[in-house]
Design a binder for this molecule. Structure first.
Ligand code: HEC
Ligand code: HEC
Ligand code: HEC
Ligand code: HEC
Ligand code: HEC
Ligand code: HEC
Ligand code: HEC
Length: 312
């Protein structure tokens, strides 16, 4: 206990940093900012025990106590929560997403206290339904797109995973994975296709108006593309493309697809097949022509020779 108090004392200057954070947080950080490395918990999750006090203080949540989210934790390691510390809403949400949480589903559900609209939108999304209804372990949760909950910075910051420069990579963590694309039958190499598209090329060049994934699909209420509420469903597509292409018509919006050239994308597919057939027939024609020519040459010579022989 004495040693613990000394550690706590050493961290006194943190209080100045942490703004409104209280002594309890100070205690948590006394251990968690001093400890380094990864530990396997009783539940077999591999966790990073370190929380960088400085980065935490500078994050958007830096003024909050650890227990604002980690409601079931109390200092001196981890006295169990008192009943009533976790509201009904948070507890019930925590139950539904527990599959996707590593160690503390309550902390992951606690975002809803302050971002309830966003949490509700997410619950209706293809990602939220994957986790809550299908009970699959793959759908994106808050921390997949926003990174560590301890170091979230405004989206304008260069390090933010949702910064315009990083968002394609963030979605790509999952959408470039072949196993996931196959499992959910949602098209492989989406990011690669995007980067080769007219939009992706402009994005890479730094064109400020080139759409990224979220300009077309939204961010929290992302849906399957054929869900009528998806911004890229046929009925909404002229409006979505129309944000940048004034007066986009139904015909114009068919110009877009992530699909590589293949049977699912018939016009370029058969166009390409046609080109190949054409090329092969031209080739066959030329080769055939050369052979026939040579053949007739030989035949002429042989015949002529024969005739000349008979004359003699
Ligand atoms: C005396 C040191 C100490 C203090 C104080 C402390 N922790 Fe921990 N904490 C640990 C250790 C060690 C682990 C590693 C795994 C374990 O033992 O559960 C850990 C693990 C965790 C985990 C990962 C989940 C888990 O169950 O392992 C969370 C979350 C956590 N601590 C939050 C907190 C919060 C919030 C506070 C303050 C209210 C706090 N800790 C105070 C030492 C401490
Ligand atoms: C804005 C909410 C929030 C705050 C504030 C917060 N945490 Fe966390 N923390 C989380 C979430 C969410 C997780 C991930 C839980 C999961 O996936 O099971 C997490 C995970 C952790 C872990 C495990 C690390 C890992 O590898 O998953 C530790 C340790 C931890 N927090 C300590 C702290 C400490 C110490 C503080 C205060 C300085 C703190 N947290 C403040 C939300 C928060
Ligand atoms: C106690 C209230 C509270 C809790 C709990 C909370 N947040 Fe926040 N969050 C805020 C406040 C306040 C801001 C700053 C708003 C601003 O500056 O406009 C913020 C900002 C954010 C931002 C915006 C960053 C940007 O681009 O500007 C994200 C992302 C975010 N929080 C995610 C989360 C996640 C994920 C959780 C759960 C792990 C969570 N928050 C839990 C209060 C909270
Ligand atoms: C699929 C990725 C993804 C997931 C999952 C996700 N977010 Fe976001 N979030 C984004 C993007 C992208 C933005 C930026 C939106 C914009 O630029 O309009 C954003 C913005 C925010 C903001 C800033 C407010 C705003 O409207 O600009 C907050 C707060 C936030 N998210 C919280 C959350 C919380 C809480 C969760 C979990 C329920 C969550 N996010 C899940 C991608 C995601
Ligand atoms: C210009 C708008 C636009 C942009 C930018 C965009 N998408 Fe799409 N996305 C669509 C449309 C339209 C569909 C409908 C299906 C199709 O034609 O491919 C779709 C379909 C999808 C699908 C389902 C594919 C299938 O075959 O089921 C996924 C997954 C997807 N997009 C992810 C992404 C990701 C990740 C990014 C960023 C790298 C992105 N999208 C960028 C418009 C866009
Ligand atoms: C942690 C992994 C993960 C991340 C990160 C992620 N997704 Fe997804 N996404 C999935 C999974 C899994 C599905 C399929 C869920 C299902 O069908 O049950 C999906 C489905 C989709 C779909 C619907 C595809 C269809 O069938 O029409 C779109 C669109 C989509 N995601 C866009 C995005 C965008 C945009 C981002 C980044 C802002 C993103 N995703 C980030 C895992 C992820
Ligand atoms: C956020 C803005 C934005 C959205 C949304 C958007 N585009 Fe674009 N699009 C652009 C930009 C920027 C270019 C490059 C224009 C240039 O080179 O002058 C472009 C280029 C194109 C081109 C190449 C030919 C041309 O007109 O330059 C086509 C075709 C196209 N987009 C179709 C679509 C379709 C279909 C959708 C909807 C599924 C869509 N776009 C959504 C911004 C957008």
């Amino acid at each position: 206990m004495k040693r613990f108090l000394i550690i706590a004392f050493l961290w006194l200057p943190l209080l100045c940093f942490a703004g409104s954070a209280t002594a309890e947080t100070f205690t948590c950080l006394a251990c968690h900012s001093a400890m380094q490395g990864k530990i396997r918990t009783e539940g077999n999750a591999l966790i990073d025990v370190n929380v960088d006090a400085d980065r935490y203080a500078k994050s958007v949540h830096g003024g909050f106590d650890c227990v604002t989210c980690h409601k079931q934790f109390h200092s001196n390691p981890h006295e169990p929560a008192k009943t009533g510390d976790v509201s009904k809403d948070v507890a019930s949400l925590a139950g539904k997403i527990s599959r996707r949480a590593k160690v503390d589903a309550v902390a992951l559900a606690a975002c809803t206290q302050c971002h309830s609209d966003i949490y509700e939108a997410w619950q209706e999304s293809v990602h939220g339904k994957n986790v809550m209804n299908s009970k699959e372990p793959d759908g994106a949760v808050c921390t997949d797109c926003h990174g560590s909950p301890h170091y979230i910075t405004p989206k304008g910051a260069a390090a933010s995973p949702i910064n315009r420069k990083n968002i394609v990579k963030t979605c790509g963590e999952c959408h470039e994975r072949e196993d996931m694309a196959k499992k959910y039958n949602m098209g492989t190499h989406i990011v690669e296709q995007y980067e080769e598209s007219f939009h992706g090329k402009k994005y890479i060049l730094g064109h400020q108006n080139a759409p990224t994934c979220v300009n077309c699909h939204g961010s929290h209420d992302i849906r399957k593309w054929d869900d009528p509420k998806s911004p890229v469903a046929w009925a909404n597509r002229t409006q979505t493309c129309g944000k940048c292409h004034k007066g986009a018509t139904r015909k114009f919006v068919t110009a877009f697809t992530h699909k590589p050239i293949g049977k699912d994308n018939p016009i370029p597919y058969y166009f390409e097949k046609g080109l190949i057939v054409l090329l092969l027939s031209v080739f066959a024609f030329i080769v055939g022509h050369v052979i026939l020519e040579a053949f007739s040459e030989i035949r002429d010579r042989v015949l002529r020779k024969g005739k000349e022989d008979r004359h003699e």
